[in-house]
Design a protein around this ligand. Structure first.
Ligand code: RIB
Length: 318
Protein backbone atom coordinates (compact mmCIF):
# COMPACT_ATOMS: atom_id res chain seq x y z
CA UNK A 1 0.00 0.00 0.00
CA UNK A 2 1.32 3.43 -0.95
CA UNK A 3 3.08 5.26 1.90
CA UNK A 4 1.39 8.58 1.15
CA UNK A 5 -2.03 6.96 1.57
CA UNK A 6 -1.10 5.73 5.04
CA UNK A 7 0.32 9.15 5.95
CA UNK A 8 -2.87 10.80 4.71
CA UNK A 9 -5.03 8.54 6.83
CA UNK A 10 -2.87 9.15 9.87
CA UNK A 11 -2.65 12.91 9.56
CA UNK A 12 -5.95 14.00 8.13
CA UNK A 13 -8.32 13.33 10.99
CA UNK A 14 -11.67 13.81 9.37
CA UNK A 15 -14.78 14.36 11.42
CA UNK A 16 -17.18 11.50 10.92
CA UNK A 17 -20.72 11.67 12.23
CA UNK A 18 -22.36 8.33 12.90
CA UNK A 19 -26.10 8.16 13.53
CA UNK A 20 -27.08 4.64 14.50
CA UNK A 21 -27.99 1.91 16.91
CA UNK A 22 -26.33 0.78 20.13
CA UNK A 23 -27.05 -2.70 21.44
CA UNK A 24 -25.92 -5.08 24.08
CA UNK A 25 -25.14 -8.37 22.35
CA UNK A 26 -25.94 -11.54 24.27
CA UNK A 27 -23.92 -14.15 22.44
CA UNK A 28 -24.18 -17.93 22.70
CA UNK A 29 -21.31 -19.94 21.20
CA UNK A 30 -22.89 -23.04 19.69
CA UNK A 31 -21.50 -26.06 17.82
CA UNK A 32 -23.87 -25.20 14.94
CA UNK A 33 -26.77 -22.83 14.31
CA UNK A 34 -30.07 -24.27 15.65
CA UNK A 35 -32.86 -25.50 13.40
CA UNK A 36 -36.56 -24.77 14.03
CA UNK A 37 -37.85 -26.48 17.18
CA UNK A 38 -34.43 -27.82 18.09
CA UNK A 39 -32.94 -27.75 21.58
CA UNK A 40 -29.29 -28.54 22.34
CA UNK A 41 -26.48 -27.45 24.61
CA UNK A 42 -24.43 -24.34 23.81
CA UNK A 43 -20.75 -23.88 24.67
CA UNK A 44 -20.60 -20.47 26.35
CA UNK A 45 -22.44 -17.22 26.91
CA UNK A 46 -20.93 -13.74 26.60
CA UNK A 47 -22.27 -10.22 26.88
CA UNK A 48 -20.48 -7.71 24.65
CA UNK A 49 -21.22 -4.28 23.22
CA UNK A 50 -22.71 -4.19 19.73
CA UNK A 51 -25.26 -2.46 17.53
CA UNK A 52 -24.34 -1.53 13.97
CA UNK A 53 -24.01 2.18 14.71
CA UNK A 54 -21.98 1.74 17.89
CA UNK A 55 -19.76 -0.88 16.22
CA UNK A 56 -18.96 1.58 13.46
CA UNK A 57 -18.38 4.47 15.86
CA UNK A 58 -15.95 2.34 17.89
CA UNK A 59 -14.22 1.07 14.76
CA UNK A 60 -13.73 4.65 13.55
CA UNK A 61 -12.38 5.76 16.92
CA UNK A 62 -9.88 2.87 16.88
CA UNK A 63 -8.81 3.74 13.34
CA UNK A 64 -8.14 7.28 14.55
CA UNK A 65 -10.92 9.50 13.28
CA UNK A 66 -12.84 12.10 15.24
CA UNK A 67 -16.19 10.45 15.75
CA UNK A 68 -19.42 12.04 16.83
CA UNK A 69 -21.95 9.35 17.64
CA UNK A 70 -25.67 10.14 17.85
CA UNK A 71 -27.73 7.34 19.37
CA UNK A 72 -30.19 6.46 22.14
CA UNK A 73 -29.80 4.03 25.04
CA UNK A 74 -32.14 3.09 27.88
CA UNK A 75 -31.87 4.59 31.38
CA UNK A 76 -30.86 1.17 32.64
CA UNK A 77 -27.80 -0.85 33.60
CA UNK A 78 -26.99 -1.74 29.96
CA UNK A 79 -27.40 1.87 28.84
CA UNK A 80 -25.01 3.06 31.54
CA UNK A 81 -22.43 0.44 30.71
CA UNK A 82 -22.63 1.20 26.96
CA UNK A 83 -22.00 4.88 27.73
CA UNK A 84 -18.97 3.93 29.80
CA UNK A 85 -17.81 1.78 26.91
CA UNK A 86 -17.99 4.77 24.54
CA UNK A 87 -16.05 6.94 27.00
CA UNK A 88 -13.35 4.28 27.22
CA UNK A 89 -13.02 4.42 23.43
CA UNK A 90 -12.66 8.21 23.53
CA UNK A 91 -16.12 8.79 22.08
CA UNK A 92 -18.06 11.73 23.55
CA UNK A 93 -21.38 10.77 25.13
CA UNK A 94 -22.86 14.27 24.80
CA UNK A 95 -24.96 13.12 21.84
CA UNK A 96 -26.08 9.88 23.45
CA UNK A 97 -29.76 10.29 24.35
CA UNK A 98 -31.15 8.37 27.33
CA UNK A 99 -34.75 7.22 27.53
CA UNK A 100 -36.91 5.80 30.30
CA UNK A 101 -39.58 4.81 27.75
CA UNK A 102 -38.02 1.41 27.12
CA UNK A 103 -34.91 -0.75 27.67
CA UNK A 104 -31.59 -0.49 25.82
CA UNK A 105 -31.29 -2.16 22.42
CA UNK A 106 -30.45 -5.83 22.68
CA UNK A 107 -29.29 -8.47 20.22
CA UNK A 108 -29.50 -12.21 20.76
CA UNK A 109 -26.75 -13.87 18.75
CA UNK A 110 -25.68 -17.43 18.00
CA UNK A 111 -22.13 -17.95 16.72
CA UNK A 112 -21.11 -21.38 15.44
CA UNK A 113 -17.70 -23.03 15.22
CA UNK A 114 -17.04 -21.61 11.76
CA UNK A 115 -17.75 -18.07 12.93
CA UNK A 116 -21.14 -17.90 11.19
CA UNK A 117 -24.01 -16.27 13.05
CA UNK A 118 -27.76 -15.73 13.45
CA UNK A 119 -28.92 -12.48 15.00
CA UNK A 120 -32.24 -11.27 16.43
CA UNK A 121 -32.39 -7.59 17.40
CA UNK A 122 -34.86 -6.02 19.80
CA UNK A 123 -34.66 -2.32 18.95
CA UNK A 124 -35.77 -0.95 22.36
CA UNK A 125 -34.26 2.50 22.95
CA UNK A 126 -32.91 2.69 19.39
CA UNK A 127 -36.46 3.46 18.23
CA UNK A 128 -36.64 6.33 20.70
CA UNK A 129 -34.11 8.29 18.65
CA UNK A 130 -36.48 10.60 16.78
CA UNK A 131 -35.90 12.94 13.82
CA UNK A 132 -35.89 15.97 16.17
CA UNK A 133 -33.06 14.46 18.21
CA UNK A 134 -30.91 14.55 15.09
CA UNK A 135 -32.19 17.86 13.71
CA UNK A 136 -31.26 19.63 16.95
CA UNK A 137 -27.62 18.52 16.47
CA UNK A 138 -27.22 20.68 13.37
CA UNK A 139 -24.09 22.40 14.79
CA UNK A 140 -22.34 19.05 14.89
CA UNK A 141 -23.29 18.36 11.29
CA UNK A 142 -21.93 21.75 10.27
CA UNK A 143 -18.48 20.67 11.46
CA UNK A 144 -18.56 17.18 9.93
CA UNK A 145 -16.83 15.81 6.83
CA UNK A 146 -18.45 12.40 6.42
CA UNK A 147 -21.80 11.03 7.56
CA UNK A 148 -22.38 7.34 8.17
CA UNK A 149 -25.57 5.51 9.05
CA UNK A 150 -27.19 2.07 8.85
CA UNK A 151 -30.80 0.86 8.78
CA UNK A 152 -31.33 -0.14 12.42
CA UNK A 153 -33.11 3.06 13.51
CA UNK A 154 -36.60 4.34 12.68
CA UNK A 155 -36.76 5.08 8.93
CA UNK A 156 -37.86 8.68 9.62
CA UNK A 157 -34.79 9.25 11.81
CA UNK A 158 -32.46 7.86 9.16
CA UNK A 159 -34.13 10.04 6.54
CA UNK A 160 -33.93 13.20 8.65
CA UNK A 161 -30.26 12.61 9.37
CA UNK A 162 -29.38 11.97 5.72
CA UNK A 163 -31.15 15.15 4.67
CA UNK A 164 -29.38 17.09 7.42
CA UNK A 165 -26.02 15.65 6.36
CA UNK A 166 -26.46 16.53 2.68
CA UNK A 167 -27.75 19.99 3.56
CA UNK A 168 -24.48 20.55 5.39
CA UNK A 169 -22.33 19.26 2.54
CA UNK A 170 -21.14 15.99 4.10
CA UNK A 171 -20.25 12.87 2.13
CA UNK A 172 -23.06 10.44 2.97
CA UNK A 173 -22.44 6.72 3.34
CA UNK A 174 -25.21 4.23 4.10
CA UNK A 175 -24.56 0.72 5.33
CA UNK A 176 -27.70 -1.01 4.03
CA UNK A 177 -27.98 -3.42 6.95
CA UNK A 178 -30.12 -4.94 8.22
CA UNK A 179 -32.32 -5.55 5.13
CA UNK A 180 -34.92 -2.75 5.09
CA UNK A 181 -36.69 -0.75 2.42
CA UNK A 182 -35.28 2.68 1.73
CA UNK A 183 -37.77 5.27 0.59
CA UNK A 184 -37.29 6.34 -3.07
CA UNK A 185 -37.15 10.01 -2.02
CA UNK A 186 -34.15 9.32 0.19
CA UNK A 187 -31.90 7.51 -2.32
CA UNK A 188 -30.71 10.76 -3.99
CA UNK A 189 -29.23 11.82 -0.62
CA UNK A 190 -26.91 8.80 -0.60
CA UNK A 191 -23.39 9.21 -2.01
CA UNK A 192 -22.33 5.64 -1.27
CA UNK A 193 -24.63 2.72 -0.48
CA UNK A 194 -22.98 -0.41 0.82
CA UNK A 195 -25.14 -3.54 1.16
CA UNK A 196 -23.88 -7.06 1.86
CA UNK A 197 -25.02 -10.00 -0.25
CA UNK A 198 -28.40 -10.58 1.47
CA UNK A 199 -29.12 -6.86 1.67
CA UNK A 200 -28.31 -6.57 -2.05
CA UNK A 201 -30.79 -9.35 -2.80
CA UNK A 202 -33.40 -7.66 -0.60
CA UNK A 203 -33.01 -4.30 -2.37
CA UNK A 204 -32.49 -5.46 -5.97
CA UNK A 205 -34.16 -8.89 -6.11
CA UNK A 206 -30.89 -10.61 -7.09
CA UNK A 207 -28.18 -12.21 -4.98
CA UNK A 208 -24.75 -11.12 -6.30
CA UNK A 209 -23.38 -14.60 -6.93
CA UNK A 210 -21.47 -14.31 -10.21
CA UNK A 211 -19.35 -11.38 -11.28
CA UNK A 212 -21.89 -10.38 -13.95
CA UNK A 213 -24.49 -10.03 -11.17
CA UNK A 214 -22.33 -7.43 -9.38
CA UNK A 215 -22.78 -4.86 -12.14
CA UNK A 216 -26.46 -5.71 -12.58
CA UNK A 217 -27.22 -5.22 -8.86
CA UNK A 218 -25.15 -2.06 -8.63
CA UNK A 219 -26.91 -0.61 -11.67
CA UNK A 220 -30.28 -1.24 -9.99
CA UNK A 221 -29.14 0.68 -6.91
CA UNK A 222 -27.89 3.54 -9.09
CA UNK A 223 -31.25 3.62 -10.88
CA UNK A 224 -32.91 3.98 -7.47
CA UNK A 225 -30.87 7.16 -7.04
CA UNK A 226 -27.69 6.37 -5.06
CA UNK A 227 -24.57 8.03 -6.52
CA UNK A 228 -22.26 5.05 -6.08
CA UNK A 229 -22.35 1.48 -4.81
CA UNK A 230 -19.95 -0.70 -2.84
CA UNK A 231 -21.20 -4.28 -2.60
CA UNK A 232 -19.83 -6.23 0.37
CA UNK A 233 -19.16 -9.75 -0.84
CA UNK A 234 -17.97 -11.37 2.40
CA UNK A 235 -14.72 -13.32 2.02
CA UNK A 236 -14.81 -12.56 -1.74
CA UNK A 237 -14.08 -8.87 -1.06
CA UNK A 238 -16.05 -5.98 -2.53
CA UNK A 239 -17.20 -4.40 -5.77
CA UNK A 240 -17.52 -0.70 -6.65
CA UNK A 241 -19.61 0.89 -9.40
CA UNK A 242 -20.72 4.46 -10.05
CA UNK A 243 -22.05 4.22 -13.57
CA UNK A 244 -18.65 5.03 -15.12
CA UNK A 245 -15.97 3.39 -13.04
CA UNK A 246 -16.04 -0.22 -11.96
CA UNK A 247 -13.64 -1.99 -9.62
CA UNK A 248 -13.50 -5.37 -7.93
CA UNK A 249 -11.23 -5.80 -4.89
CA UNK A 250 -10.63 -9.41 -3.78
CA UNK A 251 -10.89 -10.20 -0.07
CA UNK A 252 -8.19 -11.42 2.33
CA UNK A 253 -8.11 -15.02 3.50
CA UNK A 254 -8.31 -15.28 7.29
CA UNK A 255 -9.39 -17.93 9.78
CA UNK A 256 -12.80 -16.71 10.89
CA UNK A 257 -13.55 -16.88 14.61
CA UNK A 258 -16.68 -14.73 14.50
CA UNK A 259 -18.01 -12.85 11.48
CA UNK A 260 -20.38 -10.69 13.58
CA UNK A 261 -19.87 -7.01 12.72
CA UNK A 262 -17.27 -7.69 10.01
CA UNK A 263 -19.52 -5.78 7.61
CA UNK A 264 -19.77 -2.92 10.13
CA UNK A 265 -15.98 -2.82 10.33
CA UNK A 266 -15.74 -2.77 6.51
CA UNK A 267 -18.15 0.15 6.06
CA UNK A 268 -16.59 2.17 8.86
CA UNK A 269 -13.18 1.73 7.20
CA UNK A 270 -14.71 2.77 3.89
CA UNK A 271 -15.95 5.99 5.50
CA UNK A 272 -12.60 6.52 7.18
CA UNK A 273 -10.62 6.22 3.94
CA UNK A 274 -13.17 7.48 1.41
CA UNK A 275 -11.66 10.09 -0.89
CA UNK A 276 -8.24 9.89 0.77
CA UNK A 277 -6.65 7.96 -2.07
CA UNK A 278 -7.33 6.00 -5.22
CA UNK A 279 -10.34 3.78 -5.02
CA UNK A 280 -8.43 0.45 -5.21
CA UNK A 281 -6.47 1.37 -2.10
CA UNK A 282 -9.55 2.55 -0.23
CA UNK A 283 -11.35 -0.73 -1.01
CA UNK A 284 -8.29 -2.80 -0.10
CA UNK A 285 -8.05 -0.98 3.24
CA UNK A 286 -11.75 -1.62 3.97
CA UNK A 287 -11.34 -5.30 3.03
CA UNK A 288 -8.43 -5.57 5.47
CA UNK A 289 -10.40 -4.01 8.34
CA UNK A 290 -13.39 -6.30 7.62
CA UNK A 291 -11.17 -9.38 7.48
CA UNK A 292 -9.42 -8.51 10.73
CA UNK A 293 -12.76 -8.12 12.49
CA UNK A 294 -13.52 -11.78 11.64
CA UNK A 295 -10.44 -12.99 13.50
CA UNK A 296 -11.72 -12.01 16.97
CA UNK A 297 -14.83 -12.86 18.95
CA UNK A 298 -17.59 -10.31 19.57
CA UNK A 299 -18.80 -7.20 17.75
CA UNK A 300 -16.99 -4.23 19.29
CA UNK A 301 -14.15 -6.31 20.81
CA UNK A 302 -13.21 -7.37 17.27
CA UNK A 303 -12.78 -3.87 15.82
CA UNK A 304 -9.10 -3.47 14.91
CA UNK A 305 -6.82 -0.53 15.77
CA UNK A 306 -5.09 1.41 12.98
CA UNK A 307 -1.66 -0.10 13.71
CA UNK A 308 -3.06 -3.63 13.58
CA UNK A 309 -4.45 -2.85 10.13
CA UNK A 310 -1.10 -1.51 8.93
CA UNK A 311 0.68 -4.62 10.20
CA UNK A 312 -1.89 -6.85 8.48
CA UNK A 313 -1.48 -4.96 5.18
CA UNK A 314 2.30 -5.32 5.37
CA UNK A 315 2.13 -9.07 5.98
CA UNK A 316 -0.61 -9.60 3.39
CA UNK A 317 0.80 -7.55 0.50
CA UNK A 318 -1.25 -7.68 -2.73
O1 RIB B 1 -23.75 -6.14 12.63
C1 RIB B 1 -23.70 -6.80 13.86
C2 RIB B 1 -24.58 -6.15 14.85
O2 RIB B 1 -25.93 -6.33 14.44
C3 RIB B 1 -24.53 -6.73 16.23
O3 RIB B 1 -23.58 -6.13 17.05
C4 RIB B 1 -25.96 -6.61 16.74
O4 RIB B 1 -26.09 -5.79 17.85
C5 RIB B 1 -26.76 -6.12 15.55
O5 RIB B 1 -27.02 -4.77 15.61
Amino acid sequence: MIKSFIENLKNKKRKIIVVGSANVDIVAKVPRLPKEGESFRGESLSIVYGGKGANQAVSLARLGSQVQFICCVGKDYFGKSMKNGFKNEGISVKTVKETSETFSGTALIFVDNEGKNSIVVIAGANHELKPDDVIKQEKIFQKGDVFLTQLELLPETIEASLIQAKKNGLITIVDAGPPRNISPQIFPYIDVISPNETETEFLTGKMPVKSKDFRWCAEKLLQMGARSVVLKLGSRGCYYYDGNNEFYSPGYKVVAVDTTAAGDAFTSALSFAWGQSDLPQVLQFANAVGALACTKFGAQPSMPYFNEVLKFLKVNKK
